[in-house]
Each structure stands twice: as structure tokens, then as C-alpha cells.
Write a protein that binds this ligand. Structure first.
Ligand SMILES: Cc1cc2nc3c(=O)[nH]c(=O)nc-3n(C[C@H](O)[C@H](O)[C@H](O)COP(=O)(O)OP(=O)(O)OC[C@H]3O[C@@H](n4cnc5c(N)ncnc54)[C@H](O)[C@@H]3O)c2cc1C
Length: 382
């Protein structure tokens, strides 16, 4: 393997590797665009003076060869769009693959599945999730992001430039100097009758996000789950609800003892043991009832105006094929207080690496970090 730097008036030209049969050339032209070129011709180098004719020939050829993107962003929630806005403003010409129902969620991410957002700064009058995401997308484009409505199927992260394979275009892989993974997570659903009809109209997967909405105030709310998150969400909902019922599938909870004690001590929470959700129904506009079944008993219908799932999320990391270090539940592990992954040049932001906060604003915050870290990484390379 050899590495040589050759310069002409306007171009920085690197022969980065060579074998007997083939040389791999990379060009960094005066627009700071990188191109990769494989050649069977030899480049002659005499005492650091480059053979200008040869270089010009290769540069001409390179203009028809494949561009290496400086930044590719995978995913289009608040994390991906914030990364796009920052890298776009830094003139890194980002390209975003916003996905097409990847992980069962539309482009724009989880917020497209909800109605009112009350806690994103800047919107004193509520804004709907889809509208907020439309505005973020518009801002990304305004800052120079190219957006493709396609899923990234898989990536080869074993060497730089990284190679990304895109759905329906596998024969035209995308090369990237850096990749920002912002693929989010998908809240698990129960799949019971009535769920789709009343999703966001009484059914939610985020108590912290939706619990304070007027439709839940002073109402009977039902939480499904037996882990720490379920206990936290049930406790949080007691600030607004008249009563909270926590449905636990078994006769014990997975939650820590401290969490369980907090729930047991709260007079507004009733734990309903050995009980599963069967279905949900409403009046055509909002949820009004849930049907539950306790082991050994007949199904029972309860009046309830809110149903909150706290049964976990699935981070969208399957397409990484274990090339990036994940934790035991599939979330990307980032290094210290950064968005760096175990692979240099690959950054992760938003819910795909955060199972604690899971909010639009925290996702946006880490999207900003990923963009700044990618920019710093690129400037160290060139
Ligand atoms: C019902 C609900 C209500 C919520 N309400 C609020 C709220 O009021 N306030 C708040 O702050 N937070 C709220 N949240 C949480 C908030 O939506 C998330 O924290 C935030 O959206 C995470 O952003 P993200 O950018 O990490 O990823 P996501 O929003 O999850 O977006 C990731 C995107 O990447 C795409 N993608 C995945 N894989 C690929 C791939 N291989 N190729 C291309 N694209 C891919 C997905 O399809 C998705 O569109 C709510 C969540 C839910 C489920």
C-alpha cells in the first residue's frame, strides 16, 4: 500500500493504494469534492513532480466517475434534520436518505404519528407532529440538503469511503466519507383491535410527550407494561389523571424494587396483576373504553380515556448487520459525551442511541453534535 500526494494548480490528488493490477486514486478538487477512481494505468511520479499529463487525463476521467459524498445522513426525524441543517450550512452538501416506511414509520419519523406537540421550543401555539417535521424538512432543503425518499438497505463500513446500498438501486451504491445514523426507534405496539383507529386519539406510546394534553386531564388512564418505563410513565400521568391503572401481564414486575415501591405508594395508581389488554374502542373521535382480561376471568370492559403503551421500543439498527457496536437491546453505543461510534467517521444521533430521554429536542441536540463532529472529522482528514 502506498500513499502519495500530488498537486496541480487546482487539485489535490491522492494515490491511496496500488496493487500490480490496479491503482486506487482519490481526487480532492478545488471545490473540495472527493472522487474515487480505479485505474489500470500507472501514474508516474518523478521526485515528487507529478506527471501532469497523466493527472489531467485521470482528472478528466474522474469527472465521469462516482462522487464520494462528504456526509450521508440516514434517517429523517429531528436528529437527522438537525444534522442536515448544520452540515448543509457548513457547505458539506449533505445527502439524506429519509426512508420510506422504514421501521414502519413514515419519512419525518415518530413525530409524524402524533397530533399535538406542546414541548418543542418555539411553538407557543401547539404544532402538529407532521407539520413540525415538514418545517424541519423544508429547512434542511433550504440549507442545501439533497433528500432521497429511499431506505438504506445495508452498508459496508469496513473501509473508507463507506459504501451504502440503497433500496431499488443496489447496483448504484453511494460512497461516503462520513455517515450520520439517525434512524430512530419504533415504539412497540400491541396490535389489538381499535389500536390503529384510536392511535393519537387516546392511544399513545409516550406519556411524557402526550400526558399533559387536554384530552387526558382528570381522566382514567391505562398504562400497559411492567418495567421501569411503565412505572415512570404511570407515575408521571398521575399529575394529570384522575386515576391510573397499570396493567401487568404477570404476578410480578420487571421494574426495579425502588420503582415498584414508588408506584405502590401512589394513591392514584392501581396495579392490575395478571392482566392483558384485549381491545380498545371509542366514539368514533376519541378512545372511551378498553377491554382487558385477567387470567382465569372473563374479559372486562373499563371506561378509559387514555391508553399508554410502555412495552419498549425497537431501535432501527438491523440494517447495520452488527458492524457497529450495539448494546444488549440493539441501541448504538456512542463514545463518552459524543456521537462517535466504534467506527471512525460514523456518527449516531437521536433515539437510535438514546433509550433514556427519547424526546424530539434531545434527538435534535445530538443531531447537532453529530454534524459538528462529522465536520471536525472531515477537516482533520483533508
Ligand atoms: C406517539 C409519539 C408521540 C411523541 N410525542 C412527542 C412530543 O410531543 N414531544 C417530543 O419531544 N417527543 C415526542 N415523541 C418522541 C419523539 O418523536 C422522538 O424522540 C424523536 O422523533 C426521535 O427522533 P429521531 O430523529 O431520533 O428519530 P425518529 O423520529 O424515530 O426518525 C427516524 C427516521 O429514520 C427512518 N429510517 C429508519 N431506518 C432507516 C433506513 N434504513 N433508511 C432510511 N431511513 C430510515 C425512519 O423511518 C424514521 O422516519 C413522541 C413519540 C411518539 C412515538
Amino acid at each position: 500500500m502506498i500513499k502519495r500526494l500530488l498537486t496541480t494548480n487546482s487539485n489535490k490528488f491522492i494515490q491511496s493504494s496500488s496493487s500490480q493490477s490496479q491503482s486506487l486514486f482519490r481526487l480532492n478538487n478545488n471545490n473540495n469534492n472527493l472522487y474515487q477512481y480505479k485505474s489500470t494505468s500507472t501514474l508516474t511520479v518523478n521526485n515528487n513532480n507529478s506527471n501532469i499529463n497523466n493527472i489531467s487525463y485521470i482528472i478528466r476521467r474522474m469527472s465521469t466517475e462516482q462522487k464520494i459524498e462528504k456526509v450521508v445522513i440516514v434517517g429523517s426525524g429531528p436528529a437527522g434534520h438537525t444534522a442536515a441543517i448544520y452540515t448543509g450550512r457548513a457547505r458539506l452538501e449533505p445527502i439524506m436518505f429519509e426512508g420510506f416506511m422504514a421501521g414502519g414509520v413514515a419519512a419525518g419519523g415518530q413525530l409524524t404519528t402524533t397530533t399535538e406537540i406542546e414541548n418543542f421550543p418555539g411553538f407557543a401555539q401547539q404544532i402538529s407532529g407532521p407539520e413540525l417535521m415538514d418545517r424541519m424538512r423544508e429547512q434542511s432543503v433550504h440549507c442545501g440538503t439533497r433528500i432521497e425518499t429511499k431506505n438504506v438497505l445495508r452498508m459496508d463500513l469496513s473501509k473508507r469511503p463507506f459504501t451504502l446500498y440503497i433500496e431499488d438501486e443496489e447496483d448504484k451504491p453511494v460512497l461516503a466519507e462520513t455517515v450520520i445514523i439517525a434512524t430512530g426507534a419504533t415504539a412497540k405496539k400491541m396490535g389489538v383491535p381499535g389500536e390503529e383507529e384510536y392511535w393519537s386519539r387516546g392511544i399513545s406510546a409516550c406519556a411524557v410527550c402526550d400526558g399533559a394534553l387536554p384530552i387526558y386531564r382528570n381522566k382514567h388512564l391505562v398504562v400497559v407494561g411492567g418495567g421501569d418505563t411503565a412505572c415512570e410513565e404511570a407515575t408521571f400521568l398521575t399529575h394529570f389523571a384522575s386515576k391510573v391503572s397499570l396493567l401487568v401481564r404477570r404476578d410480578e414486575m420487571r421494574a426495579s424494587k425502588a420503582m415498584q415501591q414508588r408506584v405502590l405508594a401512589n394513591p392514584k395508581i392501581t396495579i392490575v396483576w395478571n392482566t392483558e389488554l384485549v381491545s380498545a374502542r371509542g366514539d368514533g373521535k376519541l378512545l372511551t373504553h378498553v377491554t382487558v382480561q385477567t387470567k382465569g376471568k372473563e374479559p372486562e370492559e373499563l371506561a378509559a380515556q387514555g391508553l399508554f403503551y410502555a412495552i419498549g421500543h425497537v431501535p432501527n439498527t438491523a440494517f447495520l448487520n452488527n458492524q457497529i457496536t450495539l448494546d444488549e437491546t440493539g441501541y448504538i453505543i456512542t463514545q463518552g459525551h459524543s456521537t462517535k461510534t466504534n467506527i471512525e467517521g460514523v456518527f449516531a444521533c437521536g433515539d437510535v442511541q438514546d433509550k433514556i430521554y427519547r424526546q424530539a429536542i434531545t434527538a435534535a441536540g445530538t443531531g447537532c453534535m453529530a454534524a459538528l463532529e462529522a465536520e471536525r472529522f472531515l477537516s482533520e482528514q483533508h
